[in-house]
Design a protein around this ligand. Structure first.
Ligand SMILES: Cc1cc2nc3c(=O)[nH]c(=O)nc-3n(C[C@H](O)[C@H](O)[C@H](O)COP(=O)(O)OP(=O)(O)OC[C@H]3O[C@@H](n4cnc5c(N)ncnc54)[C@H](O)[C@@H]3O)c2cc1C
Ligand code: SF4
Length: 551
Protein backbone atom coordinates (compact mmCIF):
# COMPACT_ATOMS: atom_id res chain seq x y z
CA UNK A 1 0.00 0.00 0.00
CA UNK A 2 1.27 3.50 -0.93
CA UNK A 3 2.09 5.78 1.97
CA UNK A 4 -0.42 8.42 0.77
CA UNK A 5 -3.12 5.80 1.36
CA UNK A 6 -2.20 5.60 5.03
CA UNK A 7 -3.18 8.05 7.71
CA UNK A 8 -2.34 8.13 11.39
CA UNK A 9 -4.49 9.81 14.01
CA UNK A 10 -4.86 9.78 17.76
CA UNK A 11 -8.63 9.38 17.75
CA UNK A 12 -10.83 8.29 14.86
CA UNK A 13 -14.61 8.63 15.03
CA UNK A 14 -16.67 6.75 12.42
CA UNK A 15 -19.96 8.59 11.84
CA UNK A 16 -20.84 12.27 12.00
CA UNK A 17 -24.23 12.03 13.66
CA UNK A 18 -24.96 13.66 17.04
CA UNK A 19 -23.02 10.98 18.95
CA UNK A 20 -19.84 11.13 16.84
CA UNK A 21 -19.78 14.91 16.62
CA UNK A 22 -20.44 15.33 20.36
CA UNK A 23 -17.55 12.98 21.08
CA UNK A 24 -15.26 15.04 18.84
CA UNK A 25 -16.39 18.42 20.18
CA UNK A 26 -16.18 17.52 23.84
CA UNK A 27 -12.77 15.91 23.43
CA UNK A 28 -11.47 18.93 21.47
CA UNK A 29 -12.78 21.25 24.20
CA UNK A 30 -11.01 19.28 26.91
CA UNK A 31 -7.70 19.05 25.02
CA UNK A 32 -7.77 22.72 23.94
CA UNK A 33 -8.28 23.73 27.56
CA UNK A 34 -5.01 21.93 28.40
CA UNK A 35 -3.30 23.35 25.29
CA UNK A 36 -2.76 19.76 24.27
CA UNK A 37 -2.47 19.00 20.51
CA UNK A 38 -3.94 15.67 19.41
CA UNK A 39 -5.31 14.62 16.05
CA UNK A 40 -9.07 13.92 16.09
CA UNK A 41 -10.71 12.74 12.89
CA UNK A 42 -14.41 12.22 12.09
CA UNK A 43 -15.37 10.33 8.90
CA UNK A 44 -18.89 9.97 7.46
CA UNK A 45 -20.19 8.08 4.43
CA UNK A 46 -22.76 10.73 3.43
CA UNK A 47 -21.81 12.93 0.50
CA UNK A 48 -21.93 15.85 2.90
CA UNK A 49 -22.31 16.08 6.66
CA UNK A 50 -26.02 15.60 7.35
CA UNK A 51 -26.84 13.79 4.06
CA UNK A 52 -27.50 10.51 5.86
CA UNK A 53 -29.13 11.97 8.95
CA UNK A 54 -32.85 11.33 9.41
CA UNK A 55 -34.78 11.73 12.64
CA UNK A 56 -38.07 13.14 14.07
CA UNK A 57 -36.89 15.40 15.58
CA UNK A 58 -38.11 16.64 18.93
CA UNK A 59 -35.14 17.18 21.19
CA UNK A 60 -34.55 17.54 24.88
CA UNK A 61 -31.99 20.33 24.93
CA UNK A 62 -30.32 19.58 28.27
CA UNK A 63 -27.50 17.42 26.88
CA UNK A 64 -26.66 19.96 24.17
CA UNK A 65 -26.60 22.67 26.82
CA UNK A 66 -23.92 20.66 28.64
CA UNK A 67 -21.93 20.12 25.44
CA UNK A 68 -21.95 23.69 24.11
CA UNK A 69 -20.99 27.03 25.60
CA UNK A 70 -23.63 29.74 25.96
CA UNK A 71 -22.94 31.40 22.62
CA UNK A 72 -22.77 28.07 20.75
CA UNK A 73 -26.01 26.90 22.37
CA UNK A 74 -27.77 30.16 21.50
CA UNK A 75 -26.96 29.67 17.82
CA UNK A 76 -28.24 26.07 17.57
CA UNK A 77 -30.46 25.81 14.47
CA UNK A 78 -33.85 25.34 16.18
CA UNK A 79 -36.91 25.11 13.92
CA UNK A 80 -39.69 25.67 16.48
CA UNK A 81 -40.69 25.23 20.09
CA UNK A 82 -43.43 22.72 20.85
CA UNK A 83 -46.56 24.71 21.78
CA UNK A 84 -49.06 21.85 21.99
CA UNK A 85 -48.70 18.08 22.13
CA UNK A 86 -51.64 15.71 21.75
CA UNK A 87 -51.80 11.94 21.73
CA UNK A 88 -54.45 10.73 19.31
CA UNK A 89 -56.06 7.30 19.24
CA UNK A 90 -57.02 6.47 15.66
CA UNK A 91 -59.80 4.07 14.70
CA UNK A 92 -60.34 3.23 10.98
CA UNK A 93 -62.58 6.29 10.39
CA UNK A 94 -62.42 8.39 13.52
CA UNK A 95 -60.18 9.55 16.30
CA UNK A 96 -60.15 10.71 19.89
CA UNK A 97 -57.65 12.82 21.80
CA UNK A 98 -56.35 11.35 25.05
CA UNK A 99 -57.10 13.70 27.93
CA UNK A 100 -53.60 13.08 29.35
CA UNK A 101 -50.06 12.43 28.12
CA UNK A 102 -48.97 8.79 28.29
CA UNK A 103 -45.88 8.37 30.51
CA UNK A 104 -42.74 10.01 29.02
CA UNK A 105 -44.72 11.50 26.12
CA UNK A 106 -45.13 15.13 27.15
CA UNK A 107 -43.12 17.30 24.77
CA UNK A 108 -44.31 20.79 25.71
CA UNK A 109 -41.25 23.05 25.76
CA UNK A 110 -39.07 20.61 23.80
CA UNK A 111 -37.68 21.91 20.51
CA UNK A 112 -38.28 20.75 16.95
CA UNK A 113 -35.08 20.62 14.89
CA UNK A 114 -33.80 19.27 11.62
CA UNK A 115 -31.17 16.83 12.93
CA UNK A 116 -29.17 17.12 9.68
CA UNK A 117 -28.91 20.88 10.24
CA UNK A 118 -27.88 20.35 13.88
CA UNK A 119 -25.13 17.97 12.69
CA UNK A 120 -23.92 20.48 10.08
CA UNK A 121 -23.70 23.06 12.88
CA UNK A 122 -21.88 20.72 15.31
CA UNK A 123 -19.42 19.73 12.55
CA UNK A 124 -18.66 23.41 11.86
CA UNK A 125 -17.95 24.01 15.56
CA UNK A 126 -15.75 20.90 15.69
CA UNK A 127 -13.70 22.05 12.68
CA UNK A 128 -13.21 25.49 14.32
CA UNK A 129 -11.73 23.66 17.30
CA UNK A 130 -9.24 21.73 15.21
CA UNK A 131 -11.16 18.49 14.52
CA UNK A 132 -10.78 17.10 10.98
CA UNK A 133 -14.21 16.21 9.59
CA UNK A 134 -14.44 14.30 6.29
CA UNK A 135 -17.62 13.37 4.42
CA UNK A 136 -17.96 10.96 1.50
CA UNK A 137 -15.85 8.06 2.83
CA UNK A 138 -17.33 4.68 3.71
CA UNK A 139 -15.41 2.75 6.30
CA UNK A 140 -15.83 -0.90 5.46
CA UNK A 141 -13.23 -2.89 7.41
CA UNK A 142 -10.95 -3.10 10.40
CA UNK A 143 -7.18 -3.51 10.45
CA UNK A 144 -5.97 -5.98 13.09
CA UNK A 145 -2.63 -6.63 14.75
CA UNK A 146 -2.19 -9.49 17.21
CA UNK A 147 -5.97 -9.89 17.40
CA UNK A 148 -6.52 -6.24 18.32
CA UNK A 149 -8.12 -3.56 16.15
CA UNK A 150 -5.56 -0.89 15.28
CA UNK A 151 -7.25 0.91 12.41
CA UNK A 152 -9.92 0.92 9.74
CA UNK A 153 -9.99 0.87 5.96
CA UNK A 154 -12.25 2.82 3.63
CA UNK A 155 -13.83 0.93 0.77
CA UNK A 156 -11.84 0.26 -2.47
CA UNK A 157 -13.39 2.07 -5.43
CA UNK A 158 -13.25 1.47 -9.19
CA UNK A 159 -14.32 -2.18 -8.89
CA UNK A 160 -16.96 -3.70 -11.18
CA UNK A 161 -20.04 -5.65 -10.09
CA UNK A 162 -18.08 -8.93 -10.11
CA UNK A 163 -15.31 -7.44 -7.97
CA UNK A 164 -12.77 -6.94 -10.81
CA UNK A 165 -10.50 -3.91 -10.59
CA UNK A 166 -11.23 -1.31 -13.30
CA UNK A 167 -8.92 1.32 -14.84
CA UNK A 168 -10.07 3.81 -12.22
CA UNK A 169 -9.38 1.40 -9.32
CA UNK A 170 -8.39 3.13 -6.13
CA UNK A 171 -7.44 1.25 -3.04
CA UNK A 172 -9.21 2.41 0.13
CA UNK A 173 -7.34 4.51 2.66
CA UNK A 174 -6.03 2.86 5.81
CA UNK A 175 -6.52 4.96 8.91
CA UNK A 176 -4.53 3.88 11.95
CA UNK A 177 -5.71 5.23 15.29
CA UNK A 178 -4.83 4.81 18.95
CA UNK A 179 -8.54 4.89 19.71
CA UNK A 180 -11.49 4.21 17.39
CA UNK A 181 -15.00 5.31 18.32
CA UNK A 182 -17.89 3.75 16.42
CA UNK A 183 -20.75 6.25 16.00
CA UNK A 184 -22.40 4.69 12.94
CA UNK A 185 -26.00 4.97 14.13
CA UNK A 186 -28.60 2.21 14.09
CA UNK A 187 -27.26 -1.27 13.20
CA UNK A 188 -23.78 0.08 12.42
CA UNK A 189 -22.05 -2.37 10.12
CA UNK A 190 -18.66 -2.12 11.88
CA UNK A 191 -20.32 -2.23 15.30
CA UNK A 192 -22.12 -5.41 14.23
CA UNK A 193 -18.79 -6.99 13.20
CA UNK A 194 -17.15 -6.06 16.51
CA UNK A 195 -20.08 -7.27 18.62
CA UNK A 196 -20.02 -10.63 16.81
CA UNK A 197 -16.25 -11.13 16.71
CA UNK A 198 -15.67 -10.21 20.35
CA UNK A 199 -18.95 -11.75 21.63
CA UNK A 200 -20.01 -8.44 23.18
CA UNK A 201 -23.64 -9.58 23.33
CA UNK A 202 -22.87 -12.50 25.65
CA UNK A 203 -24.73 -10.89 28.58
CA UNK A 204 -27.43 -8.85 26.84
CA UNK A 205 -30.73 -9.47 25.08
CA UNK A 206 -30.84 -9.22 21.29
CA UNK A 207 -31.52 -5.65 20.14
CA UNK A 208 -35.05 -4.86 18.91
CA UNK A 209 -35.62 -2.27 16.19
CA UNK A 210 -38.37 -0.21 14.59
CA UNK A 211 -38.39 1.13 11.09
CA UNK A 212 -39.40 4.78 10.83
CA UNK A 213 -40.68 6.12 7.51
CA UNK A 214 -40.63 9.90 7.27
CA UNK A 215 -42.02 12.47 4.85
CA UNK A 216 -41.83 16.25 4.74
CA UNK A 217 -44.67 18.22 3.20
CA UNK A 218 -45.44 21.73 2.20
CA UNK A 219 -49.08 22.33 3.22
CA UNK A 220 -51.82 24.93 2.73
CA UNK A 221 -51.80 27.85 5.10
CA UNK A 222 -53.77 27.14 8.28
CA UNK A 223 -53.48 23.32 8.01
CA UNK A 224 -51.28 23.08 11.11
CA UNK A 225 -49.64 25.65 13.39
CA UNK A 226 -45.90 25.93 13.89
CA UNK A 227 -45.00 23.98 17.04
CA UNK A 228 -48.20 21.87 17.02
CA UNK A 229 -47.30 18.24 17.73
CA UNK A 230 -49.38 15.05 17.46
CA UNK A 231 -48.51 11.43 18.17
CA UNK A 232 -50.96 8.79 17.00
CA UNK A 233 -51.50 5.18 17.99
CA UNK A 234 -54.02 2.53 16.98
CA UNK A 235 -55.06 2.36 13.30
CA UNK A 236 -53.67 1.10 10.98
CA UNK A 237 -51.82 -1.17 13.43
CA UNK A 238 -53.30 -4.15 15.22
CA UNK A 239 -52.99 -4.13 18.99
CA UNK A 240 -50.19 -6.72 18.83
CA UNK A 241 -48.11 -4.53 16.48
CA UNK A 242 -45.97 -1.90 18.22
CA UNK A 243 -45.71 1.57 16.72
CA UNK A 244 -47.49 4.75 15.73
CA UNK A 245 -47.21 8.04 13.93
CA UNK A 246 -45.93 11.56 14.51
CA UNK A 247 -46.91 14.90 12.99
CA UNK A 248 -44.92 18.06 13.73
CA UNK A 249 -45.94 21.50 12.48
CA UNK A 250 -43.05 23.69 11.28
CA UNK A 251 -42.83 27.31 10.15
CA UNK A 252 -43.62 28.42 6.57
CA UNK A 253 -46.50 25.93 6.28
CA UNK A 254 -44.28 22.88 6.41
CA UNK A 255 -45.04 19.69 8.26
CA UNK A 256 -43.02 16.60 9.00
CA UNK A 257 -44.71 13.29 9.58
CA UNK A 258 -43.59 9.78 10.14
CA UNK A 259 -44.78 6.31 10.91
CA UNK A 260 -42.79 3.72 12.86
CA UNK A 261 -43.47 0.03 13.41
CA UNK A 262 -41.54 -2.41 15.62
CA UNK A 263 -39.77 -5.01 13.47
CA UNK A 264 -40.95 -7.78 15.76
CA UNK A 265 -44.16 -8.15 13.70
CA UNK A 266 -45.15 -11.60 12.43
CA UNK A 267 -46.77 -11.16 8.99
CA UNK A 268 -44.09 -11.98 6.36
CA UNK A 269 -45.90 -9.73 3.85
CA UNK A 270 -46.25 -6.63 6.04
CA UNK A 271 -45.10 -3.48 4.26
CA UNK A 272 -44.11 -0.48 6.48
CA UNK A 273 -44.00 1.96 3.54
CA UNK A 274 -47.54 0.95 2.59
CA UNK A 275 -48.62 1.35 6.24
CA UNK A 276 -47.45 4.96 6.12
CA UNK A 277 -49.48 5.54 2.92
CA UNK A 278 -52.56 3.93 4.53
CA UNK A 279 -52.08 6.04 7.67
CA UNK A 280 -52.06 9.21 5.54
CA UNK A 281 -55.48 8.26 4.14
CA UNK A 282 -57.02 8.56 7.61
CA UNK A 283 -59.32 11.65 7.84
CA UNK A 284 -57.14 13.12 10.64
CA UNK A 285 -54.06 13.16 8.38
CA UNK A 286 -55.93 13.87 5.15
CA UNK A 287 -57.25 17.12 6.60
CA UNK A 288 -53.72 18.37 7.36
CA UNK A 289 -52.20 17.25 4.04
CA UNK A 290 -55.07 18.28 1.71
CA UNK A 291 -53.82 20.63 -0.99
CA UNK A 292 -50.20 20.14 0.07
CA UNK A 293 -47.29 18.43 -1.63
CA UNK A 294 -44.57 15.97 -0.67
CA UNK A 295 -41.10 17.51 -0.55
CA UNK A 296 -38.89 14.80 1.01
CA UNK A 297 -38.89 11.11 1.89
CA UNK A 298 -36.64 8.80 3.87
CA UNK A 299 -36.47 5.82 6.20
CA UNK A 300 -34.24 4.59 8.97
CA UNK A 301 -34.29 2.03 11.76
CA UNK A 302 -34.33 2.83 15.48
CA UNK A 303 -32.72 0.54 18.09
CA UNK A 304 -35.41 0.60 20.74
CA UNK A 305 -34.89 -2.48 22.91
CA UNK A 306 -33.56 -0.35 25.77
CA UNK A 307 -31.24 -1.04 28.70
CA UNK A 308 -31.42 -4.85 28.65
CA UNK A 309 -30.34 -4.92 25.00
CA UNK A 310 -27.14 -2.92 25.42
CA UNK A 311 -24.06 -5.00 24.76
CA UNK A 312 -20.61 -4.49 26.21
CA UNK A 313 -19.37 -1.27 24.61
CA UNK A 314 -15.58 -1.34 24.76
CA UNK A 315 -12.68 -3.54 23.77
CA UNK A 316 -8.98 -2.72 23.44
CA UNK A 317 -8.65 0.49 21.37
CA UNK A 318 -12.38 0.86 20.66
CA UNK A 319 -15.63 2.32 22.07
CA UNK A 320 -19.22 2.30 20.77
CA UNK A 321 -21.57 5.31 21.19
CA UNK A 322 -25.08 6.54 20.27
CA UNK A 323 -27.55 4.38 18.35
CA UNK A 324 -24.81 1.86 17.55
CA UNK A 325 -24.74 1.24 21.30
CA UNK A 326 -28.56 1.21 21.54
CA UNK A 327 -29.05 4.42 23.56
CA UNK A 328 -32.65 5.27 22.64
CA UNK A 329 -35.19 6.12 25.32
CA UNK A 330 -38.43 4.30 24.62
CA UNK A 331 -41.31 5.00 25.24
CA UNK A 332 -40.38 8.66 24.64
CA UNK A 333 -38.81 7.88 21.21
CA UNK A 334 -35.78 10.02 21.90
CA UNK A 335 -32.19 9.20 21.16
CA UNK A 336 -30.50 12.49 20.35
CA UNK A 337 -29.88 13.67 23.93
CA UNK A 338 -28.58 10.21 24.89
CA UNK A 339 -26.33 10.15 21.82
CA UNK A 340 -24.87 13.48 22.91
CA UNK A 341 -24.44 12.22 26.48
CA UNK A 342 -22.75 9.00 25.33
CA UNK A 343 -20.45 11.07 23.10
CA UNK A 344 -19.46 13.17 26.10
CA UNK A 345 -18.82 10.04 28.19
CA UNK A 346 -16.68 8.63 25.34
CA UNK A 347 -14.77 11.93 25.09
CA UNK A 348 -14.00 11.88 28.83
CA UNK A 349 -12.79 8.28 28.46
CA UNK A 350 -10.67 9.17 25.42
CA UNK A 351 -9.16 12.14 27.28
CA UNK A 352 -8.11 9.92 30.20
CA UNK A 353 -6.74 7.27 27.83
CA UNK A 354 -4.74 9.87 25.85
CA UNK A 355 -3.32 11.32 29.04
CA UNK A 356 -2.18 7.89 30.21
CA UNK A 357 -1.31 6.73 26.67
CA UNK A 358 -3.24 3.59 27.57
CA UNK A 359 -6.02 2.37 25.26
CA UNK A 360 -6.43 -1.06 26.80
CA UNK A 361 -9.90 -2.34 27.65
CA UNK A 362 -9.05 -1.97 31.34
CA UNK A 363 -8.47 1.76 30.87
CA UNK A 364 -11.48 2.12 28.56
CA UNK A 365 -13.79 0.48 31.10
CA UNK A 366 -14.16 4.01 32.55
CA UNK A 367 -16.70 4.48 29.75
CA UNK A 368 -19.10 1.94 31.28
CA UNK A 369 -18.82 3.60 34.68
CA UNK A 370 -19.54 7.02 33.16
CA UNK A 371 -22.59 5.65 31.33
CA UNK A 372 -23.87 4.13 34.58
CA UNK A 373 -23.55 7.49 36.34
CA UNK A 374 -25.15 9.46 33.51
CA UNK A 375 -28.73 10.23 32.41
CA UNK A 376 -28.44 7.23 30.10
CA UNK A 377 -28.88 4.74 32.93
CA UNK A 378 -31.12 7.14 34.84
CA UNK A 379 -33.56 7.24 31.89
CA UNK A 380 -33.22 3.74 30.47
CA UNK A 381 -33.05 1.56 33.57
CA UNK A 382 -36.54 2.30 34.99
CA UNK A 383 -38.11 1.41 31.59
CA UNK A 384 -35.77 -1.51 30.88
CA UNK A 385 -38.63 -3.98 30.40
CA UNK A 386 -40.92 -1.65 28.43
CA UNK A 387 -40.16 -2.89 24.92
CA UNK A 388 -40.05 -6.54 25.95
CA UNK A 389 -43.58 -6.46 27.39
CA UNK A 390 -44.94 -4.37 24.51
CA UNK A 391 -44.14 -7.27 22.19
CA UNK A 392 -47.11 -8.94 23.94
CA UNK A 393 -49.44 -6.30 22.50
CA UNK A 394 -50.91 -2.97 23.52
CA UNK A 395 -53.26 -4.33 26.19
CA UNK A 396 -51.14 -6.94 28.02
CA UNK A 397 -47.96 -4.91 27.45
CA UNK A 398 -49.61 -1.64 28.50
CA UNK A 399 -50.90 -3.27 31.70
CA UNK A 400 -47.48 -4.76 32.56
CA UNK A 401 -45.79 -1.43 31.81
CA UNK A 402 -48.24 0.31 34.16
CA UNK A 403 -47.05 -2.00 36.95
CA UNK A 404 -43.40 -1.31 36.06
CA UNK A 405 -44.01 2.41 36.51
CA UNK A 406 -44.80 1.66 40.16
CA UNK A 407 -41.89 -0.74 40.69
CA UNK A 408 -38.98 1.14 39.07
CA UNK A 409 -39.15 -1.16 36.04
CA UNK A 410 -39.34 -4.48 37.86
CA UNK A 411 -41.32 -7.06 35.92
CA UNK A 412 -42.08 -10.61 36.99
CA UNK A 413 -43.22 -12.10 33.71
CA UNK A 414 -40.92 -10.58 31.10
CA UNK A 415 -41.28 -12.42 27.80
CA UNK A 416 -38.16 -14.03 26.34
CA UNK A 417 -36.68 -11.62 23.79
CA UNK A 418 -35.63 -12.89 20.40
CA UNK A 419 -34.23 -11.17 17.32
CA UNK A 420 -36.67 -9.32 15.03
CA UNK A 421 -35.81 -11.73 12.20
CA UNK A 422 -37.00 -14.63 14.35
CA UNK A 423 -40.43 -13.05 14.87
CA UNK A 424 -41.33 -13.27 11.16
CA UNK A 425 -43.53 -16.29 10.49
CA UNK A 426 -43.50 -18.57 7.47
CA UNK A 427 -46.46 -18.16 5.10
CA UNK A 428 -47.75 -21.56 6.26
CA UNK A 429 -47.53 -20.56 9.96
CA UNK A 430 -49.11 -17.12 9.77
CA UNK A 431 -52.75 -17.39 10.78
CA UNK A 432 -53.98 -13.80 10.37
CA UNK A 433 -55.06 -12.00 7.19
CA UNK A 434 -52.07 -11.26 4.98
CA UNK A 435 -51.25 -7.57 4.61
CA UNK A 436 -52.75 -7.07 1.14
CA UNK A 437 -56.06 -8.66 2.19
CA UNK A 438 -56.11 -6.71 5.43
CA UNK A 439 -55.86 -3.42 3.53
CA UNK A 440 -57.61 -4.33 0.28
CA UNK A 441 -58.76 -1.15 -1.49
CA UNK A 442 -56.24 1.04 0.32
CA UNK A 443 -53.09 0.05 -1.50
CA UNK A 444 -53.49 2.14 -4.66
CA UNK A 445 -51.37 5.30 -5.03
CA UNK A 446 -52.77 8.55 -6.36
CA UNK A 447 -49.33 10.26 -6.41
CA UNK A 448 -50.93 13.21 -4.65
CA UNK A 449 -51.47 11.92 -1.12
CA UNK A 450 -49.99 8.44 -1.48
CA UNK A 451 -46.98 7.21 -3.41
CA UNK A 452 -45.38 4.02 -4.64
CA UNK A 453 -41.90 3.19 -3.35
CA UNK A 454 -40.02 4.26 -6.50
CA UNK A 455 -41.63 7.70 -6.41
CA UNK A 456 -40.90 7.99 -2.69
CA UNK A 457 -37.23 7.13 -3.26
CA UNK A 458 -37.04 9.93 -5.82
CA UNK A 459 -37.86 12.33 -2.96
CA UNK A 460 -34.92 11.01 -0.92
CA UNK A 461 -32.41 12.08 -3.58
CA UNK A 462 -30.86 8.59 -3.46
CA UNK A 463 -28.25 7.54 -6.00
CA UNK A 464 -25.45 4.96 -6.13
CA UNK A 465 -22.60 4.39 -8.54
CA UNK A 466 -23.97 1.32 -10.34
CA UNK A 467 -20.48 0.03 -11.21
CA UNK A 468 -19.64 -1.53 -7.86
CA UNK A 469 -20.24 -4.88 -6.18
CA UNK A 470 -23.79 -5.05 -4.79
CA UNK A 471 -23.55 -3.87 -1.19
CA UNK A 472 -26.39 -6.18 -0.11
CA UNK A 473 -24.76 -9.52 0.39
CA UNK A 474 -26.51 -12.89 0.27
CA UNK A 475 -24.03 -15.63 1.16
CA UNK A 476 -26.03 -18.63 -0.02
CA UNK A 477 -28.47 -17.88 -2.84
CA UNK A 478 -29.79 -21.43 -2.98
CA UNK A 479 -30.69 -21.42 0.69
CA UNK A 480 -32.21 -17.94 0.26
CA UNK A 481 -34.47 -19.27 -2.52
CA UNK A 482 -35.47 -22.28 -0.51
CA UNK A 483 -36.18 -20.51 2.77
CA UNK A 484 -36.75 -16.82 2.13
CA UNK A 485 -38.56 -17.10 -1.18
CA UNK A 486 -40.40 -20.42 -0.95
CA UNK A 487 -41.22 -20.62 2.75
CA UNK A 488 -41.57 -16.95 3.70
CA UNK A 489 -42.71 -15.44 0.36
CA UNK A 490 -39.68 -13.10 0.25
CA UNK A 491 -40.43 -10.63 3.07
CA UNK A 492 -37.65 -8.27 1.88
CA UNK A 493 -39.76 -7.21 -1.11
CA UNK A 494 -42.33 -5.92 1.41
CA UNK A 495 -40.32 -4.52 4.32
CA UNK A 496 -37.73 -2.67 2.22
CA UNK A 497 -39.01 0.93 2.01
CA UNK A 498 -37.11 1.61 -1.20
CA UNK A 499 -38.15 -1.16 -3.65
CA UNK A 500 -34.66 -2.64 -3.66
CA UNK A 501 -35.81 -6.26 -3.64
CA UNK A 502 -38.04 -7.46 -6.47
CA UNK A 503 -39.51 -10.93 -6.85
CA UNK A 504 -39.03 -12.04 -10.43
CA UNK A 505 -41.21 -14.85 -11.79
CA UNK A 506 -40.01 -16.42 -15.04
CA UNK A 507 -42.14 -18.04 -17.74
CA UNK A 508 -41.89 -21.43 -15.98
CA UNK A 509 -43.21 -19.92 -12.77
CA UNK A 510 -39.80 -20.02 -11.04
CA UNK A 511 -39.38 -17.28 -8.43
CA UNK A 512 -36.08 -15.45 -8.08
CA UNK A 513 -34.70 -12.26 -6.58
CA UNK A 514 -33.68 -9.08 -8.44
CA UNK A 515 -31.77 -6.48 -6.43
CA UNK A 516 -32.03 -2.76 -7.28
CA UNK A 517 -29.21 -1.74 -4.95
CA UNK A 518 -29.14 1.77 -6.41
CA UNK A 519 -32.43 2.54 -4.60
CA UNK A 520 -31.13 1.74 -1.10
CA UNK A 521 -31.76 4.49 1.50
CA UNK A 522 -29.43 2.82 4.05
CA UNK A 523 -32.19 2.12 6.60
CA UNK A 524 -30.65 -1.32 7.47
CA UNK A 525 -34.04 -3.09 7.79
CA UNK A 526 -32.92 -5.97 5.54
CA UNK A 527 -29.88 -6.59 7.77
CA UNK A 528 -32.25 -6.88 10.75
CA UNK A 529 -35.51 -8.44 9.58
CA UNK A 530 -34.60 -11.02 6.91
CA UNK A 531 -35.45 -14.56 8.08
CA UNK A 532 -32.33 -16.60 8.78
CA UNK A 533 -30.33 -13.32 8.78
CA UNK A 534 -29.73 -14.05 5.11
CA UNK A 535 -28.95 -10.47 3.99
CA UNK A 536 -25.93 -8.47 5.16
CA UNK A 537 -25.85 -4.72 4.56
CA UNK A 538 -22.32 -3.52 3.73
CA UNK A 539 -21.45 0.13 3.13
CA UNK A 540 -21.39 1.05 -0.58
CA UNK A 541 -19.03 3.71 -2.02
CA UNK A 542 -18.68 6.85 0.06
CA UNK A 543 -21.10 9.60 -0.99
CA UNK A 544 -23.65 7.08 -2.31
CA UNK A 545 -27.10 6.77 -0.77
CA UNK A 546 -29.71 9.34 0.19
CA UNK A 547 -29.22 13.08 -0.01
CA UNK A 548 -31.37 14.12 2.93
CA UNK A 549 -31.76 17.83 3.49
CA UNK A 550 -33.32 19.24 6.65
CA UNK A 551 -34.37 15.73 7.74
C1 LIG B 1 -38.00 8.26 12.25
C2 LIG B 1 -37.15 8.61 13.46
C3 LIG B 1 -37.63 9.53 14.37
C4 LIG B 1 -36.85 9.87 15.48
N1 LIG B 1 -37.31 10.85 16.31
C5 LIG B 1 -36.53 11.29 17.32
C6 LIG B 1 -36.93 12.40 18.10
O1 LIG B 1 -37.97 13.02 17.85
N2 LIG B 1 -36.11 12.79 19.12
C7 LIG B 1 -34.94 12.15 19.40
O2 LIG B 1 -34.24 12.56 20.34
N3 LIG B 1 -34.54 11.08 18.68
C8 LIG B 1 -35.30 10.64 17.63
N4 LIG B 1 -34.87 9.59 16.86
C9 LIG B 1 -33.61 8.89 17.21
C10 LIG B 1 -32.37 9.72 16.81
O3 LIG B 1 -32.47 10.15 15.50
C11 LIG B 1 -31.13 8.87 17.00
O4 LIG B 1 -31.10 8.35 18.31
C12 LIG B 1 -29.84 9.65 16.72
O5 LIG B 1 -29.84 10.19 15.44
C13 LIG B 1 -28.62 8.75 16.91
O6 LIG B 1 -27.45 9.47 16.63
P1 LIG B 1 -26.11 8.73 16.19
O7 LIG B 1 -25.07 9.77 16.07
O8 LIG B 1 -25.86 7.58 17.08
O9 LIG B 1 -26.44 8.09 14.75
P2 LIG B 1 -26.91 8.74 13.39
O10 LIG B 1 -27.65 10.00 13.63
O11 LIG B 1 -27.62 7.68 12.65
O12 LIG B 1 -25.55 9.09 12.61
C14 LIG B 1 -24.69 8.07 12.17
C15 LIG B 1 -23.80 8.59 11.05
O13 LIG B 1 -22.78 7.62 10.81
C16 LIG B 1 -22.57 7.47 9.42
N5 LIG B 1 -22.04 6.13 9.16
C17 LIG B 1 -22.63 4.95 9.45
N6 LIG B 1 -21.84 3.93 9.11
C18 LIG B 1 -20.72 4.46 8.57
C19 LIG B 1 -19.55 3.88 8.01
N7 LIG B 1 -19.34 2.56 8.00
N8 LIG B 1 -18.60 4.71 7.51
C20 LIG B 1 -18.76 6.06 7.56
N9 LIG B 1 -19.88 6.65 8.09
C21 LIG B 1 -20.84 5.86 8.59
C22 LIG B 1 -23.96 7.71 8.84
O14 LIG B 1 -23.85 8.13 7.49
C23 LIG B 1 -24.54 8.80 9.75
O15 LIG B 1 -24.27 10.08 9.23
C24 LIG B 1 -35.61 9.23 15.72
C25 LIG B 1 -35.13 8.29 14.80
C26 LIG B 1 -35.88 8.00 13.66
C27 LIG B 1 -35.33 7.03 12.65
S1 SF4 C 1 -31.95 -2.50 0.84
FE1 SF4 C 1 -32.04 -2.78 3.05
S2 SF4 C 1 -31.01 -0.98 3.88
FE2 SF4 C 1 -31.47 -0.53 1.76
S3 SF4 C 1 -33.42 0.53 1.82
FE3 SF4 C 1 -33.90 -1.63 1.51
S4 SF4 C 1 -34.19 -2.49 3.55
FE4 SF4 C 1 -33.20 -0.48 3.78
Amino acid sequence: MKSENRLFTDVLIVGAGPSGLSTALHLANKLNKDNEKKRIMVIDKGQEIGSHILSGTLIKEKALKELLNEEEFKNLPIESEVISDDTIKLSPDGYSTLPFHPPYMNNIGNKIVSLSNVCIYLAKLAVEKGVEVYAGFSISDFIYEDGKIIGVKSIDTGVDKEGNKQKNFQEGTEVFAKLIILAEGSRGSLAKKVKNKFALRANSNPQLYSIGIKEKWSVKEGSIKEGEVYHTFGYPLKSEEFGGGFIYGLGDNRVELGFAIGLDYKDPTLDPHALMQIWKQHPFLKKILKGGSLTQYGAKTIPEGGWNCISKLYIDNLLIVGDSAGFVAMPALKGVHLSVTSGMCAAKTAYEALKANDFSKTKLSIYEKLIDESRIKEELYPVRNFRAVMSEGLFVGGFKFGIQLLTNGFCLLTPHMKKDSEHTQKLSQFKGKLFKDRFAGKLEHDKILTFDKDTSVFYSGTSHDEEQPIHLQIEDMEKFSQININEYGMPCQYFCPAAVYEEHIDKDGKHSLKIHAENCVHCKTCDIKTPNDAITWNPPYGGDGPQYQNM
